[in-house]
Design a protein around this ligand. Structure first.
Ligand code: UD2
Ligand code: MN
Length: 593
C-alpha cells in the first residue's frame, strides 16, 4: 500500500514539474491537460469562495491530489500521544537522509497526523483553573517561516486551532519570509482555503527574505488581536495553553509571557516534558547567548509572597526568554519598542527584548500552565544572509544599547565583534531607551538576575592564565560546561576569548562563567584539575590562592602545573616547587593584587 501511495506521489510530483515547465514555456496550459486535472477536483472544494483566477484550476487539482496523498500517507497511530515514531526499510533510510540535510526527520513528520494527540503535561493544579472566556483578550498567533517543511508548518497550524479556544483565537498569521520551497506557496494556500475554511488562517508573503526579526514585525503590523502570540513554525501546542497566557496579560499588561517549551525530538518526533514538578527559565552567557537556568530560591520565595496559587503553577520571573514562543499585549509590543528593525537574519533579538522589557518597566514570566512543544534542531537548515554571523552582529547591537559598561565583558568574550563594521547605527535604539526612561544594566543584574556571575566583579584577577612562556594558556577546550571536564591548556589566543577566560574571585575560587576548578579526591601528587558546575554559595566551592606566580589548591596544597605538556594537554596539580618553571603562571588582569 505504501509503495502504491509513493508511486502516486511521485506521479503527482512529476505532473507538477511538467505542468510548471509548460506554464513557463507557454504561460498557458494545453487543453487536454486542463481537462484531465479538472476532472479530479472535488466539487465541494471548488464551490468554496475564492478570488477569481487566484489559482489555475488545473494547478488546484494537482494540489488536491498531493494533499490527499499527504493525508493518505499519515498513520494516526504513529506518534500518537506524543510518543516517538520509527520507520523501517526504505522509509527509515529516506528519513535519515533528509535528517542529515535539514536536522529534522521530515519523512516521519509527513507520516504523523496533523492532529496528533499529546499527553497533557500540565501540573494537576492547572486543571482547576477557570477562565472567563468572554472577558479574555483576543489573540493573533503569528508564525514566521523560511523554508520549513510543509507538514511541520501545517501541524503547527492545526495544533494551534485544536488547542486555542476559538473564541479568543482571532487569527493565525503565517508570515512567509521569502521561502523558495514551492510547496509553501500554492499548495499551502490551497490547503488553507480548502481545509481550514473559517478564514482564520492568513498568509502574508514577503517578496524577499527579510530575516526573522523583520518578518515578525511584518506579521505584527497586520495583526488585529489584543495580544500577539509568536510561535516558531515547528511547534505543537498542548491542551489549554492559550487561556493562562491571556488571563495573565489581562491582569498585567506589561508582562511578557512564555509557555514552558517542551521538547519535540527532531529525529523521532517524541514530545517530551520534564514532568510538571520543575521547569527552567531563561538566563544568558556573557558571550551573548541564551541559556536555560533553574528557578532560583530567591524567585521561589517571591512567588510564595506574591501569588495565591500553588507555587508550582505561579508565574515565574525569567531573566530572559528563548525568543521564539511568547505572548505580549499588542499595544505594549509597540509601546515598548517592538524589535530593533536593523537586526538582520537570525539571533540576538531575544536577549534584546529581554533586557529591554526588564530595564524599561515590564516583566518576563514563564506561565507553567501553558505548554507548547518545539522541535529543537542541531543545526540551522538555512543559510544566513551574505553568510554573516547575524547572531553575533545583532547581539553586539543589543549589548551596545542595553548593557552600559558591562558591554566590555561581552566584548572580552567576543573580541571578533568589537568595532565590527556591520554593527551599524544605533541612534534610534538609544533614543528609545532614553524616551522610555529605562533603568541601567547594573540595576537589572542586581535586581532581576543577582545570581549571574560577573567575571570582573569581586575578582582578584581575571582573563587568560598564562604559563611562564606566555605562549600557553589554561583553556576549557570548548567543553560545554554541562558535564564536568578536565581543565586543558592551549596556545594563547591573541585576544581574550571565552574558552581562556578565567577569574580568581575574592573568595579565592578559580572559575569560568559556569564551572569551578576542583581537584578530585585521591592520593599522589599528579592529579588532573576538574571543572565542575559551581555551587551557588562559594563556601562550597574549592579555593585556590595565587602566590609568587603559583596557583595553589588550598585543600591539597598542590600547585597548578602544565608539566611541559609532557603527559597531555590537560592541567594537573603537583607538589609545589619554587624552581619548577611549569608551575609559574601570570593572570592577564590583576586587580587588587
Ligand atoms: C531560537 C528561538 C527563535 C529565535 C532564535 C533567536 C525558540 C524555541 N526559538 O532559535 O524563535 O528567537 O532563537 O533569533 O525560542 N525564520 C525566518 N527567517 C529567517 C530565519 C528563520 O522566518 O531568516 C523562521 C524559522 O522558519 C522559524 C523561526 O524563524 O520558524 C525561528 O528560527 P529557528 O527555529 O531556526 O530558530 P531556533 O528555534 O533555533
Ligand atoms: Mn525554532
Amino acid at each position: 500500500k505504501v509503495l502504491q501511495v509513493e508511486d502516486t506521489i511521485r506521479e503527482a510530483q512529476s505532473q507538477n514539474a511538467k505542468l510548471k515547465s509548460l506554464q513557463e514555456q507557454n504561460d498557458v496550459l494545453p487543453k487536454e491537460e486542463t481537462y484531465k486535472h479538472r476532472a479530479r477536483i472535488n466539487p465541494r472544494h471548488r464551490a468554496l469562495e475564492r478570488p477569481q483566477n487566484e489559482l489555475e484550476p488545473s494547478t488546484e487539482s494537482i494540489y488536491e491530489l498531493s494533499i490527499r496523498m499527504d493525508l493518505h500517507k499519515q498513520d494516526p497511530a504513529l506518534g500518537a500521544l506524543g510518543t516517538s515514531a520509527h520507520l523501517s526499510g526504505e522509509a527509515a533510510r529516506r528519513g535519515e537522509e533528509i535528517y542529515k540535510k535539514i536536522s529534522l526527520n521530515q519523512e516521519i513528520s509527513e507520516r504523523l497526523s496533523y492532529n496528533r494527540t499529546l499527553v497533557d503535561s500540565r501540573h494537576p493544579a492547572c486543571l482547576r483553573q477557570t477562565f472567563d472566556i468572554k472577558t479574555l483578550p483576543s489573540t493573533s498567533v503569528i508564525v514566521i517561516f523560511y523554508n520549513e517543511p510543509y507538514s511541520v508548518l501545517v501541524r503547527t497550524v492545526h495544533s494551534t486551532l485544536n488547542t486555542c479556544n476559538e473564541k479568543v483565537l482571532k487569527e493565525i498569521i503565517l508570515v512567509d519570509d521569502g521561502s523558495t520551497n514551492d510547496e509553501l506557496h500554492g499548495k499551502l494556500d490551497y490547503y488553507i482555503s480548502t481545509r481550514i475554511p473559517n478564514g482564520k488562517v492568513k498568509v502574508l508573503r514577503l517578496k524577499n527574505r527579510l530575516g526573522l526579526i523583520r518578518a515578525r514585525l511584518a506579521g505584527a503590523r497586520i495583526a488585529t488581536g489584543d495580544v500577539l502570540i509568536f510561535l516558531d513554525a515547528h511547534c505543537e501546542a498542548n491542551i489549554g495553553w492559550c487561556e493562562p497566557l491571556l488571563q495573565r496579560i489581562k491582569e498585567s499588561r506589561t508582562s511578557v509571557l512564555v509557555p514552558i517549551i517542551d521538547v519535540i525530538d527532531s529525529k523521532d518526533f517524541q514530545y517530551s516534558t520534564n514532568g510538571y514538578k520543575s521547569f527552567q527559565v531563561g538566563g544568558f552567557e556573557w558571550s551573548g547567548h541564551f541559556d536555560w537556568i533553574e528557578v532560583s530560591d530567591r524567585e521561589k520565595k517571591r512567588q510564595l509572597r506574591e501569588c495565591d496559587q500553588p507555587r508550582e503553577i505561579c508565574p515565574a520571573y525569567s531573566p530572559t526568554m528563548a525568543g521564539g514562543l511568547f505572548a505580549i499585549d499588542r499595544r505594549y509590543f509597540w509601546d515598548s519598542g517592538s524589535y530593533d528593525e536593523q537586526m538582520d537574519g537570525w539571533g540576538g533579538e531575544n536577549l534584546e527584548m529581554s533586557f529591554r522589557i526588564w530595564q524599561c518597566g515590564g516583566t518576563i514570566e514563564t506561565i507553567p500552565c501553558s505548554r507548547v512543544g518545539h522541535v529543537f534542531r542541531d543545526f540551522h537548515p538555512y543559510e544566513f544572509p551574505n553568510d554573516r554571523d547575524t547572531h553575533g552582529i545583532n547581539t553586539a547591537r543589543m549589548a551596545l544599547v542595553w548593557m552600559d559598561n558591562y558591554v566590555n565583558i561581552f566584548f572580552l568574550h567576543r573580541p571578533d565583534l568589537k568595532n565590527h563594521p556591520d554593527i551599524g547605527d544605533l541612534t534610534h535604539r538609544k533614543l528609545l531607551r532614553k524616551k522610555l526612561r529605562c533603568k541601567s544594566f547594573n540595576w537589572y543584574l542586581e535586581n532581576i538576575y543577582p545570581e549571574k556571575f560577573v567575571p570582573t566583579k569581586n575578582a582578584l584577577a581575571y582573563g587568560q592564565i598564562r604559563a611562564l612562556s606566555k605562549e600557553l594558556c589554561a583553556d576549557d577546550l570548548s567543553q560545554n560546561n554541562e558535564k564536568p571536564y578536565n581543565l586543558g591548556i592551549f596556545w594563547c589566543a591573541k585576544k581574550l576569548t571565552k574558552s581562556q577566560f578565567f577569574t580568581l574571585t575574592d573568595t579565592q575560587v578559580l572559575r569560568n562563567e559556569l564551572s569551578c576548578a576542583t581537584v578530585p579526591h585521591g592520593r599522589g601528587d599528579g592529579r588532573v584539575v576538574k571543572m565542575v558546575s559551581c555551587m551557588d554559595n562559594d563556601d562550597y566551592n574549592e579555593q585556590w590562592s595565587y602566590e609568587n606566580e603559583h596557583l595553589i589548591h588550598l585543600n591539597t596544597g598542590l600547585c597548578l602545573d602544565h608539566m611541559g605538556l609532557r603527559s597531555s594537554d590537560e592541567l594537573q596539580v603537583t607538589r609545589c616547587d619554587n624552581d619548577s618553571e611549569t608551575q609559574r603562571w601570570t593572570i592577564q588582569h590583576e586587580k587588587l593584587l
